[in-house]
Design a protein around this ligand. Structure first.
Ligand code: MF3
Ligand code: CO
Length: 252
């Protein structure tokens, strides 16, 4: 599938999808407390998404059974919410969500601490978030995709962290996953040349330890192989001739 350039109308719809998703994340963050079940987080997220007349894009995607991916500690991504799993003081939790507004997608992830967390955990969350911002310094028409990938990886690895290789970011639009794939580490090829109107979900997944991951028997939950903490940060980004527009972030 070719990489698509979105029309002004499509971009307008993606802005709306993004803004709603930013609100979803803001609301979910407030609900993060010791004792809440991961299913309650999922239910709340689905409720908010539907209240804006949006569809939760993850629900039933390739059989995924929930609207919000909730991944705790060594879980990297795609944790499945459960009535029997509760957040505990000191955990870190990654929330990944996607919405569809009038046929257009947005996709974003945040990692939060539950109550008081260790300095180590705080640093991982902050470095993961910052690695995204290091990457998008290169997200501009005329640059090549590899510059984003390399900047994310270089930054995270400078802290000794493992940059997950088996999962990547992606183009996004009328589909959740479109071309191109967007790795978070150094590439041999320069890859795609960026153009205004491309919309990309850029999503570093970073482990404190080694980068290797494995899949649990539920066939969804990805965990770090060495059991180390993992963080995830993602926004849907519009490429322009100047600064990129972060569609899934906004200030009230
Ligand atoms: N947010 C994931 C991504 O960025 C997609 C989740 S897949 C699902 O690619 F099946 F869990 F929904
Ligand atoms: Co994504």
């Amino acid at each position: 599938m070719a990489v698509t350039i979105k029309s002004d109308r499509e971009i307008e719809l993606m802005r709306e999808a993004g803004k709603i998703l930013a609100i979803v994340h803001k609301e979910l963050e407030k609900a993060i407390k010791p004792g809440i079940s991961t299913k309650d987080i999922d239910n709340l997220g689905e409720e908010i998404i539907r209240s804006y007349n949006c569809i939760p894009s993850f629900l039933n995607y390739n059989g995924y059974p929930a609207s919000i991916c909730v991944s705790i500690n060594d879980e990297v991504v795609h944790g499945i919410p459960s009535k029997e799993r509760f957040l505990m003081e000191g955990d870190i939790v990654s929330l990944d969500a996607g919405v569809i507004y009038k046929g257009y997608h947005s996709d974003a992830a945040r990692t939060h601490g539950v109550g008081e967390i260790s300095t180590q955990a705080k640093k991982l969350i902050e470095v993961t978030r910052q690695s995204f911002f290091e990457g998008i310094k290169y997200a501009k028409e005329g640059n090549h995709l590899f510059e984003i990938s390399e900047a994310i990886g270089r930054y995270a690895e400078s802290f000794g962290y493992g940059v997950v290789r088996d999962l990547v970011g992606h183009g996004i639009g009328s589909n959740l996953h479109e071309d191109p794939q967007i790795p978070n580490f150094k590439q041999r090829r320069r890859g795609l040349k960026l153009q205004a109107g491309m919309t990309l979900a850029i999503e570093p997944m970073i482990n404190i330890g080694r980068y290797d991951v494995e899949w649990l028997d539920d066939d969804w939950t990805v965990v770090s192989e060495d059991g180390s903490l993992s963080a995830h940060y993602e926004n849907t980004v519009l490429i322009t001739k100047g600064e990129p527009e972060l569609l899934t972030m906004y200030e009230e």
